[in-house]
Design a protein around this ligand. Structure first.
Ligand SMILES: CC(C)(COP(=O)(O)OP(=O)(O)OC[C@H]1O[C@@H](n2cnc3c(N)ncnc32)[C@H](O)[C@@H]1OP(=O)(O)O)[C@@H](O)C(=O)NCCC(=O)NCCS
Length: 199
């Protein structure tokens, strides 16, 4: 059996001045540069560029490829991958002050969500399965919001791992967290254990 080699990198971002942003943009490809330019919100610009610089730094260090030779591609659902290196899997997520990148020798998905005090009940009813909803409401009132975000980010990382975006309906699979915090994904009555970390 192939040994799992997962690593997670976490960056806490702060403000970056325009000049530095422009300098960092010299290190990335044109497509990403245009994407960043189009963002109105500066925080979106910063999170996206930091994610890009982070994965490039990891690739330079781990695979000894010079930055200018790094080429990304996307699958039909937009999941990026490193061209010509099918065994190198990575995934990026950003929210609030954090940018995360996971690298692995197996398909990987990662998600980070800033906890905001939202009315989560209706969202959960619309997008979560009955079991996921139970997992949230069977909790003390004060902890429900955290559980909502826990399920949300686990669902998101599962979707990101599969790499098929929201073509996988959110109610077509269910996240199960047992009393020992083991996590399983139940889909078409099939139970699959995924390695979930950094919760
Ligand atoms: C695009 C999507 C993959 C993630 O969106 P997100 O949560 O807003 O963004 P994250 O910060 O977690 O991830 C963004 C990164 O994921 C990667 N990504 C993009 N498309 C992807 C895909 N289809 N699969 C996996 N990773 C993808 C990119 O590296 C992207 O980084 P970039 O924007 O800097 O280029 C997709 O799942 C989506 O649109 N989700 C909508 C949110 C939703 O309804 N979630 C329900 C959960 S219950």
């Amino acid at each position: 059996m192939m040994r799992r080699l997962m690593e997670i990198y976490i960056v806490k971002v702060s403000d970056i001045g325009e000049e530095k942003l422009n300098k960092l943009c010299l290190l990335i490809d044109l497509e990403k540069k245009y994407k960043i330019k189009k963002f109105i919100n500066k925080k979106d610009k910063i999170r996206t560029i930091i994610g890009e610089i982070l994965i490039r730094t990891i690739i330079v260090q781990k695979l000894k490829i010079s930055n200018k030779y790094i080429e990304f591609n996307k699958n039909q659902y937009g999941k990026p991958y490193l061209k010509d290196h099918p065994k190198f899997n990575f995934n990026i997520s950003h929210s609030g002050e954090y940018v995360l990148c996971a690298v692995d020798n197996k398909p990987i998905g990662i998600d980070v969500e800033e906890v905001k005090h939202i009315e989560f009940e209706e969202i959960a009813k619309s997008f979560f399965t009955v079991n996921e909803l139970d997992y949230i409401v069977n909790q003390d009132f004060n902890f429900r919001l955290n559980r909502f975000y826990e399920i949300w980010s686990l669902k998101e990382s599962y979707i990101k791992c599969c790499g098929k975006g929201l073509s996988i309906p959110l109610k077509s699979f269910s996240i199960e967290v047992d009393q020992y915090e083991n996590i399983k994904v139940v889909r078409n009555k099939e139970r699959k254990t995924y390695t979930y970390v950094a919760r």
